[in-house]
Design a protein around this ligand. Sequence first.
Ligand code: ZN
Length: 384
Amino acid sequence: MSREGEGPLQRWLELRDEVKRRIEYRSFYLRYCPEARQTGARLQALCPIPAHAHSGRGHPSLSVDLQQGLFNCFSRDEGGDALTFYQLMHGVTFAEAVRLLARELGIGEEGGGARRPSLAAASAPDAESAVEEAGDFAPLDEGRTHAVCESFLEVCREEEQLEGLNYLARRGIDSRTARGAGLAYFPRRAYRRVMRRMLDCFPLETLQRGGLFNRKEHLTFYRHRLLFPFLVEGRAVYLQARTTASGVEPRWHNMRGPVPSLYNLDALRNLPSGSVVHLVEGFTDTLTLTAHGFHAVGLVGAGGLKDEWLAPLARFRVVAALDPDDAGRRAAARYREMFARRGSGLAVLNLPADVNDFFRQHPAAALEFELLAETALEAMRDEG
Ligand SMILES: [Zn+2]
């Protein structure tokens, strides 16, 4: 196994993937089959593949799926992707097909040819195993983690925030709530500038140890550019980021290190004891409630609630509003036991939808939610 993942094969595969991302299948196939007929997302044409030596008359035997970019010649039972088609049409090898198509599409022309993978590939976070194996990226201490987080947020806030704010607005989170939570965004076109600015602020090694940069010396926040800081006394101590595009998996990316606390815990600092605090899943639900004047903290990350996070909640009346599925119900029961072991209660609110959907679907959601929470607290008192 190549530890660096940077062998020649890897570079060819990255280039091939970039070709596939950029190629426009319709115009590509029409170039070879100008007479093709289109029905929906399919082309039907007389098969032009030279080696098939078709007569050029009769039924069109070539079918192209424009969504996947796949072709099939029914007459010779041969098919494949656009690169295979290109190989067959031009009688070239796989590597030649990749190189020629990449050149045609203008990939890698800024220098280096096949040695220059796309930004999406170059910015990919290092595999956790590779980081551990390497052993040279010891985690940052607290002070430097904070400094890196704060600078990253500042650098991002200098960029145009509109796309990020629009994304949040569509989910019912207004710009005041976003600002209050310290959120920051940068558009993809600013990626290189943000990367350079971070390198102006810190040594590369520091950024790599924090997981903001990878071994390819690129900022890893390329698809995930909407930043959610975890704050302690107003200062960022950890960052997670979300993609605002649909279809990107995973949807979240974070800096290195464990999630330090419940999200939005800092917002409870000046809240009087005995206040109602909602425990929800995720950033969006937390901020949806905040936008409607509720006090909420969010569970983010796979691990769920940790015992050491309960102490700061002890002085509040806590109501859980988790997702209305089996996993959410099981989690609520488990958290209830955790609270009970500490001698405090957890009220559980059962919504018909997750918090964000509930608030988007119900015009009087805020009032309904408040009443449901009161009912849940009463039910807990009666049981207890
Ligand atoms: Zn054919």
